[in-house]
Design a binder for this molecule. Sequence first.
Ligand code: G6Q
Length: 544
Amino acid sequence: MSKLTNSAEWKAISQHYRNSAVNFSMKEAFKSDPERFNKFSLSLNDILFDYSKNLITDETLPLLLGLTQQADLKKKTEAMFSGEIINTTESRAVLHTALRNQSDEPVYVGDEDVMPKVRRELEKMRKFSEFVRSGNWKGYSGKSITDIVNIGIGGSDLGGKMVTTALKPYARPDLNIYFVSNVDQADLIATLEKINPDTTLFIIASKVFNTQETMTNANSAKRWFLQHAPGPSAIKKHFVAISTHRTNVVNFGIDPYNMFEFWNWVGGRFSLWSAVGLSIALYVGMDNFEELLKGAYDADVHFRTTEYDKNIPVIMALLGIWYNNFFEAETHTILPYDNSLSQFGNYLQQGDMESNGKTIDRNGQAVDYHTGPIIWGQPGTNGQHAFYQLIHQGTKLVPCDFLAPAQSHYDLPNHHDILISNYLAQPEAMMKGKTEEEVRADLDADQNKNDVLVASKIFKGNKPSNTFLFRKLTPRTLGSLIALYEHKIFVQGAIWNINSFDQMGVELGKVLAKSILPELSNDQIISGHDSSTNGLINAYKKLR
Ligand code: G6Q
């Protein structure tokens, strides 16, 4: 038995689950306690977090909070913020929080205060983005930049894509942005068809600058560019790099002056706060990028200084553990009622699943409990017409996060109230369900004779959800929301005692693809793998 499952705290929660949670009715709890919403909701600046529609009694949270002590969360949190090597398998500090640190406090990695170089890089991003946005940065034909193409994958793609999609209302309307990540040539080609070489700026974003997909796309983009440009000297006007690896950048042919730096202690999936956010700064301007950083800093301060029973990411994490480990829910869904957050679920899918999809604890022992959930979701109201059926009436428990802004950026009549009425109605329906009595009252006499129909229309309810309501999706609010989720992931990893900051599965993928690639270079029959892989490789060679 692991230390966690053998702990008094874990056993107390198991017992609480067996004794009271299984038969708990949220609907009854709301009826009997008019204070339930006030008791189980919190706020951070413009963000309201309502967690009252969860399967929790007054005893549940105090018991779950025991896990923060069991995990020594306070100490682990300070270890992260103060630059200790908490990513032990890669011997790295984990300091995305330093990238958005707005205080005058130094942040040390070893003996070095990293804040001066963080600020230097931010200053470089400011100068560069203002130069490009003002139209003063000229391409080889003397024209200003109108199109930005970010080539990167995973952590070097998803953050920029999510934030630029979310903050489109803040963008300069005459600036277009594209993200190319997939090595499937269709991705790059679709973008190249839309742009002109003399008005395009390519950002090649890669921490190591030798990731197969990114370098393949970057080389093809460079080749396409050189077919149009007057000569290789034009590259410095149209290609910039974001990386930790100067030599690889120079070898690719990018002027080191056009290189924006970040550091080993910034994990890919936490890198949008670094120079990897250059696409964001270019698209919405550096002031807005800095607002995003400030919002994240607000969440950092909240997480670091607020008592755990009032701490939003801690409560998000504990509720997640409650469902994941005690109710055995396998997934968690993110449902933003804000179309500009269409990429938010994808982004968190990486943030959460790459961080906490682990089976080995920090001591190298196999865990005897479930770790990270499967994260999925789509913006409402679309999902309502697709997969909500399973959430309402399926056999699986799917905890949901609903998110919505009180104010839209746009002003077509009716839309926003209709959107919000759906966002409010769904979690209410999930909580309340529909009883047989209510179903029968809605049916006519004939229909009432049809027992199958009646049974099909009954909703058990008692489906848990969290609801975030914020004033408006500003850069600052978005920054806070992202950082709240980051800290939720951190807290869960700390309690599960896993390293949330390595990603051996991603590394494996990078190696496996490279080992098969040479075998595709000729028509020889392959026999060195299992029969399925051999069969598929040989069939591919015949069909191609
Ligand atoms: C993130 C992962 C992974 C990484 C990509 C791209 O935490 O490590 O998604 O970001 O594999 O890596 P490069 O930026 O090094 O190209």
